[in-house]
Design a protein around this ligand. Structure first.
Ligand SMILES: Cc1cc2nc3c(=O)[nH]c(=O)nc-3n(C[C@H](O)[C@H](O)[C@H](O)COP(=O)(O)O)c2cc1C
Length: 323
């Protein structure tokens, strides 16, 4: 029996526990710790039309309670992904949520058309939020009209797949971007990608990363992600997949209370690849203690409307805390 089934557009997933892009390889690298079949979906490392070598090293730097990365979308490219990485994931029972990134509408169109030939790719996450590349990164998708065009280009070609749009938090307000995605036909919003940040190497007296700018993830960003998810769930009708700073079942529960439909485990998987088990049992205990049967029932009511149109997703029924 499915654990807590959820729906994103035309696709039903058996549970709301997803692995975040870039933090779970292509889906099999962590199989001793998390068999991919236990996840509702595996969001793969973002693939681009051609292979990318990524940015010069160093690419990772720990911070007080987070991680800076400047990977630069290192990946094998779409064709090698489809040939070498997708079949073993499907064979292992993983549900591929393929993350894609491209530098133009034409490239997005071609990638989406190629994916139509692979029905096992039930879902596509369009990565519009990478801070670590020059073309096709967060700065090219920091405006609602651009997000709408990118979304429409992909969704029109993949009407029978779940198309989720992953947005950057590196803007003053993510809500217009989320509305742009919804307008373009997105089935879900994924929030958030990493926050722009940097570090300076004290000995060498220069920026640590070759591109200077990097992306911050991990526990430090959870409160930011929670606010963004809260604002977006208050403004759009489509599901919101929450990602950013999950370190235990407590953040997961808070994301559901903020109206998330599913959650993605990211940076935490590097240090605690077994967290999924704890999340599952912790969420179940929390729900059972309150007589609830699905994490979506956790969604809390709003005292204030965050958007002019107000919240309109299904749910929103307030539950009474027992303590
Ligand atoms: C090393 C690393 C690589 C990442 N690569 C990608 C990527 O290829 N595509 C993408 O959409 N997000 C990527 N992300 C962002 C994560 O998917 C996630 O949005 C972000 O890290 C926030 O979640 P977290 O705090 O739980 O890690 C990467 C993050 C890290 C730490």
């Amino acid at each position: 029996m499915s654990e807590y089934p959820i729906r994103i557009g035309p696709v039903e997933f058996k549970n709301p526990w997803f692995a975040a892009s870039g933090c779970f390889g292509y889906g099999l690298e962590y199989k001793e710790h998390i068999p991919p079949s236990e996840l509702g979906a595996v969001v793969t490392k973002t693939v681009t039309p051609l292979p990318r070598a990524g940015n010069p090293v160093p690419r990772l730097q720990e911070t007080a309670s987070g991680l800076l990365n400047s990977i630069g979308l290192q990946n094998v490219g779409l064709e090698a992904y489809l040939r070498d990485k997708l079949p073993p994931l499907v064979e292992a029972g993983g549900v591929p949520f393929v993350s894609i990134s491209a530098a133009s509408l034409d490239e997005y169109a071609r990638m989406a058309e190629r994916l139509t030939e692979f029905p096992e790719v039930v879902a596509v996450e369009v990565n519009l939020g990478c801070p670590n590349v020059d073309a096709g990164g967060d700065r090219d998708a920091a405006e609602a009209r651009a997000v709408e065009h990118f979304t429409r280009t992909v969704k029109e070609r993949l009407p029978d797949r779940a198309v989720a749009i992953k947005l950057t938090p590196n803007v003053t307000d993510m809500v217009p971007l989320a509305r742009g995605a919804e307008q373009g036909g997105a089935d879900a919003i994924v929030a958030i990608n990493t926050l722009g940040g940097m570090d300076i190497d004290l000995e060498r007296a220069r920026p640590t990363f070759a591109r200077e700018r990097a992306g911050l993830s991990g526990p430090a960003i959870f409160p930011v992600a929670l606010l963004k998810v809260w604002e977006i769930t208050g403004a759009v009708r489509i599901p919101v997949v929450a990602v950013g700073g999950i370190a235990s079942e407590r953040e997961v529960l808070k994301f559901f209370m903020a109206g998330a439909t599913a959650v993605q485990l990211g940076t935490v998987l590097f240090s605690k690849p077994t967290l999924l088990r704890e999340v599952r049992s912790g969420v179940r205990r929390f729900l059972d203690a309150r007589g609830l049967t699905h994490p979506h029932e956790l969604r809390i009511a709003r005292a204030r409307e965050t958007a002019d149109e107000g919240p309109s997703q299904e749910g929103g029924k307030a539950w009474v805390p027992t303590r």
